[in-house]
Design a binder for this molecule. Structure first.
Ligand code: PPS
Length: 296
């Protein structure tokens, strides 16, 4: 296996974004203490759960039109952007995003009236997506099964920003304690199967007036194929080089975010034995969860 050094902080493996490599505690504390506004929106997801997709939908809803945001979502990515002043200077409402767990989100956010959107995806598909992402980033000589056994499946030494289980359980707890309707929990699979209804639910949560036509157009513009194409043709990717050392193909190489965009690709990667092993750990880890999760 060949992978950059790992940094552990607050019990989590920290991805090698430049500000985190420089001083992870400083950046986490800055985010935790971020001065919030009443209309701030934070999309908080575990890696590979559909962040780019839902972020684009959120941006279109708050703008009230279907123009793609020229910046990629990493421009608003709290733990990775080179300078948090960018966020301080953004006009409202600010559609920020992060993979940080709930305990590290800005503490003022919900007090001031801001909103949090959690997106949860079948961890088996998250694992597959993350494996391919890490291979794109230089992880080599490790099979998918080895990746699962050593990095993803076991709860504590999970790879990136803590384990999926801990992340999701923390979201669930936060949503249970949320007395002001400040947190929306979405599922990737529901968005995939029922994008119109889920986009309406999102609009309602954001207090956005959106006609049926606008909702339909947003769903269409944010389909997997259209977003993949927009990512190649419209989006300004320049910030990526400032965030992370990318494999050097003209300095432009980046992980293929829009890989397959389907439910159930895990079936092409899990052996029967791995699946049984996973289900056992999953059942134990999530035994107290009341989340309405029915993953296929
Ligand atoms: N429109 C649409 N429909 C369905 N699926 C979509 C869509 N847009 C992105 N995706 C899929 O989301 C996966 C990437 O997740 P993230 O955006 O959270 O990645 S990241 O952690 O921020 O890098 C990644 O999943 P995989 O294809 O399984 O790897 C993307 O393909």
């Amino acid at each position: 296996m060949d992978f950059p050094e790992r940094l552990i902080f607050d019990g989590m493996n920290i991805p090698p974004f430049r500000p985190l490599k420089e001083n992870v505690e400083k950046r986490f504390t800055e985010i935790r203490n971020l001065e919030c506004r009443k209309d701030d929106i934070i999309l908080a997801t575990y890696n590979k759960s559909g962040t780019h997709w839902i972020w684009e939908v959120v941006c279109m809803l708050i703008k009230g039109n279907t123009e793609y945001t020229k910046e990629i979502k990493e421009f608003f990515f709290l733990e990775a952007i080179p300078d948090l002043d960018v966020v301080h200077n953004l006009p409202s409402p600010r559609p920020m995003n992060t993979h940080l767990p709930y305990r590290w989100l800005p503490k003022q956010l919900t007090e001031k009236g801001g909103k949090i959107i959690h997106v949860i995806r079948n961890p088996k598909d998250v694992a597959v997506s993350l494996y391919h992402h890490l291979v794109d980033f230089g992880l080599s000589n490790i099979s998918f099964s080895q990746f699962m056994e050593t990095m993803f499946m076991i709860p504590s030494p999970a790879f990136s920003m803590g384990s999926w289980y801990d992340y999701v359980k923390e979201c669930e707890q936060a949503a249970e304690n949320d007395k002001h309707g400040a947190i929306l929990t979405m599922f990737y699979e529901s968005m995939k199967k029922n994008p119109i209804d889920e986009t309406k639910r999102l609009a309602k949560f954001l207090n956005v007036e959106a006609s049926d036509k606008l909702i339909e157009d947003i769903v269409e513009k944010c389909s997997f194929g259209n977003l993949k194409n927009a990512d190649k043709t419209i989006k300004d990717q320049s910030i990526l080089k400032k965030i992370i050392d990318l494999p050097s193909v003209d300095g432009q190489a980046k992980p293929n975010i829009y890989r397959k965009g389907i439910i159930g690709d895990w079936k092409n990667h899990f052996t029967v034995a791995l699946n049984e092993q996973f289900d056992k750990i999953y059942a134990e880890e999530m035994k107290n969860s009341k989340l309405p999760i029915q993953f296929e």
